[in-house]
Ligand binder design. Sequence first.
Ligand code: SF4
Ligand code: SF4
Length: 363
Amino acid sequence: MVDAPSTPVPVTAFDAHHPPSNEIIDKCVHCGFCLPVCPTYVLWGQEMDSPRGRIYLMKLAAEGVATMTPQWVQHFDTCLGCMACMTACPSGVDYGKLIEATRSQIERNHPRSPFEKLYRRFLFAIFTRPDRLHLLRLPILAYQKSGLQSLVRSSGLLSLFPMQVQTMEALLPKLQASEHVPGLTAANGVKRRRVGLLLGCVQREFFPQINAATARVLAAEGCEVVAPQAQPCCGALMVHAGEEEGALALARKTIEAFERAAPRAQKFFPPNARTSPKFSPNSNRAPSGTRFACASHSRIPAIFSTLKASAPSLARCSQTFPAWNLPRSRKARSAAALPESTIWSNRMPLALWANAKLASSLL
Ligand code: SF4
Ligand code: SF4
């Protein structure tokens, strides 16, 4: 008896759980427009540390030509996830979805060294916990205000520490006074919308003026702003680092916090949003109607094109807009000739650029 020929199983370096989409990979036409805007390519000049090169590496792994060697993984570890490449890409390659899927694959299928595991655990234990970040404010303020920071930097003492410590010290933001966003901010004048405000973790503690300015803009636009005080980390940090399970747990808790604070928020999250096995912070796989914060990547090009029209000089700064707090009074805003309904800031264009129309469509 002759066995029936079995269907050949495609050889690939990825497992079957949400591999990077071949459809998106194939949209890359290798034009290279993204290369000059990619910080890692500008820094090292290596094709494999560019968006185009990383997409090619994904393709090779998907086809089973490349495996997840430490060198292959390193090219994805070095990607900043800044998404500057997405706004430069004429083919509309959704690099955000590709890198998220690839990093999840790496975390499931590539063994990390004990040091890497420990370091990642430390980062997630601190940067996804606003309460712990809050405790860090006082020592950091003391370090900065006492002049110790200048002394440490000028003495070269930092060179004795591991590179990770040096990098964190270099990235330490200059802390400013705390600015609180209340759980409920009433709309100025007639209420037109009710919007939820994600406060972020690092942003809540280290850039509080941005959240406060966002709430003021929304209120000025006639939005009632709901900012649940108990909202945890939204999970973005973890999903961007490939920690899908942890990210999902945090995303579900965030949805619950918003539902508790504003029952009408259920309108934005379908009943199965938290329990569906398909629910993922990656908007590609979220059930239809689940908008949540996962609207981010697909919105960035639209946000930038609007910014280009309203503030070309700032839009040129890409991901590093100068921080700008909206003047509190309507009179001061018109005196400064600033668009009534626009705000831009220095970190996350999605969370920090808002007008009533955009906010209502996002949240
Ligand atoms: S700009 Fe877009 S299409 Fe061109 S190489 Fe980069 S990712 Fe590919
Ligand atoms: S996300 Fe940033 S660092 Fe990563 S490939 Fe794109 S431009 Fe380069």
